[in-house]
Design a protein around this ligand. Structure first.
Ligand code: NAG
Ligand code: NAG
Ligand code: NAG
Length: 332
C-alpha cells in the first residue's frame, strides 16, 4: 500500500538541510522582526525563509544583468510561503457593485500635469502596517478619506481602520478576511462619520465589537465614485484632480511580496486584483535611455517594504496588474 500523502510530505520536509552559513542572518532577521517559534516550527519556517532569500538573491542577480527594472529585499513576511502570504494579507476581492456609486469618466479636454505627488502636498499620512490581517481594503479606504479630510479642513489626521473592520460587517466586509473600499466608504456615509486612529487604534484582529464614538467624527463621506473600469487615463485624471485614490492590484506574485525598489512590472501580474492600495501620484523616469511612466502606490506593509512603504508600478501599459480595474474614492 502506498504511504499516505501527508506522510510523504512530512518525510520530504525533514530531509531538507538548512544552510548553516545562513545561521547568523536568520537569527538577525528573527530579532529584527521579533519572531519566535515553538519547537519544530522553527526549522520549517527557516526553510521557507531560506527559499525566499535565495529567490530574492536570484532576482537581484538577474536585475544586475539588466533582466528586471526593480529589486527585491527580504522583509517581515519572509517566513511565509507565497500561498500563506496571499491568504494572510491580500484581502480584496472585486464584487458586483451593490452600493450606489457615481461614475468618474475621463474627459477629453482635461490636461493633467506630467507628474503628481500628493505626499508633497501634505495629503498622505505615514505608511502603516496591517500585520497578519487581510485588512488592506480598510487601509486603502482610510488613505483616500485622509486625503479628502485634508483637502476640506487643511488638517492631516490618521483615520481608523479598526473602526471600519469592527463596524462594517453588515455591509459585506469581512474584517481580516477581506473587504471592499467602496463598502468602507458606504459605512462612513451611512454611519455619518469615522473615528481617528488615535481614538480607535489598530489591533490587527477582527474579533472585537464596534466601538464607534460619535463624539469623534474625523471624516465624512456623502458620495462614492468608481473610476471607469480599466481606464488608466480616467485614473490619471482622478489622481490629478481629486487627490489620493483607492485602487486594487494583483499583488499575488513573489516579486510583489518582496519588492524593494525600482519600477515594478512582472509577466506574472494578472488583471485579477486582490490587494487594496492607495494611488498617491504618478510620474516618469529615465530608465536606460527610455522614459518609463509609473504609478506611486502606498502600501500597508510598513516602511520596511518597497520604497519606504511605496511601490512604483508600471503605468500606461495595458493596465498593468489591473491597477485601474477597481479604483474608487469618496467625496463630501
Ligand atoms: C481642495 O481641492 C480643491 C479642488 O479639488 C482645490 O482647489 C483646493 O486647493 C484643495 N484644498 C487644499 C487644502 O488642498
Ligand atoms: C463632518 O460633518 C459634520 C456635519 O456636517 C461637521 O460638523 C464635521 O466638521 C465634518 N467633519 C469633517 C472631518 O469633515
Ligand atoms: C523623455 O521625456 C522628456 C520630458 O518629457 C523628453 O524631453 C524626452 O524627449 C523623452 N525621451 C525619450 C527618449 O522619449
Amino acid at each position: 500500500m502506498a504511504a499516505p500523502l501527508w506522510l510523504l510530505l512530512a518525510l520530504l520536509g525533514c530531509t531538507t538541510a538548512l544552510d548553516p552559513a545562513l545561521e547568523e542572518a536568520w537569527e538577525g532577521w528573527k530579532i529584527l522582526h521579533a519572531k519566535e517559534y515553538l519547537g519544530e516550527a522553527e526549522a520549517a519556517r527557516r526553510e521557507v525563509w531560506e527559499k525566499n532569500l535565495r529567490r530574492i538573491q536570484q532576482h537581484n542577480l538577474e536585475e544586475s544583468q539588466g533582466q528586471h527594472g526593480f529589486r527585491l529585499a527580504m522583509n517581515h513576511y519572509g517566513d511565509l510561503t507565497d500561498e500563506e502570504f496571499n491568504q494572510l494579507v491580500n484581502g480584496f476581492t472585486p464584487a458586483w457593485q451593490e452600493e450606489p456609486v457615481l461614475l468618474f469618466q475621463a474627459s477629453e479636454d482635461l490636461k493633467t500635469p506630467a507628474e503628481v505627488d500628493w505626499r508633497a502636498k501634505g495629503y498622505v499620512t505615514p505608511v502603516k502596517n496591517q500585520g497578519h490581517c487581510g485588512s488592506c481594503w480598510a487601509f486603502s479606504a482610510t488613505g483616500a478619506l485622509e486625503g479628502l479630510v485634508f483637502n476640506r479642513t487643511g488638517k492631516l489626521a490618521a483615520l481608523s481602520e479598526q473602526n471600519l473592520i469592527d463596524c462594517s460587517q453588515k455591509l459585506g466586509n469581512n474584517g481580516c478576511r477581506g473587504g471592499y473600499m467602496t463598502r468602507a466608504f458606504q459605512y462612513v456615509h451611512d454611519n455619518g462619520g469615522l473615528n481617528s486612529e488615535q481614538v480607535y487604534p489598530y489591533v490587527a484582529t477582527d474579533t472585537s465589537s464596534c466601538r464607534y464614538d460619535p463624539r469623534d467624527r474625523a471624516a465624512n463621506c456623502s458620495s462614492i465614485w468608481m473610476v471607469a473600469q480599466g481606464s488608466e487615463v480616467a485614473l490619471e485624471q482622478a489622481v490629478a484632480t481629486v487627490g489620493p485614490i483607492s485602487v486594487a492590484v494583483d499583488a499575488s506574485s513573489f516579486s510583489f511580496h518582496f519588492y524593494k525598489s525600482g519600477i515594478f512590472s512582472s509577466m506574472f501580474c494578472s488583471q485579477q486584483v486582490n490587494h487594496g492600495m492607495l494611488a498617491v501620484g504618478y510620474g516618469t523616469s529615465q530608465e536606460s535611455g527610455r522614459n518609463v511612466s509609473y504609478w506611486i502606490l502606498k502600501n500597508s506593509w510598513s516602511e520596511v517594504w518597497g520604497e519606504q512603504g511605496y511601490i512604483r508600478l508600471l503605468k500606461g501599459t495595458n493596465n498593468h496588474c489591473g491597477v485601474a480595474n477597481q479604483a474608487s474614492f469618496p467625496m463630501v
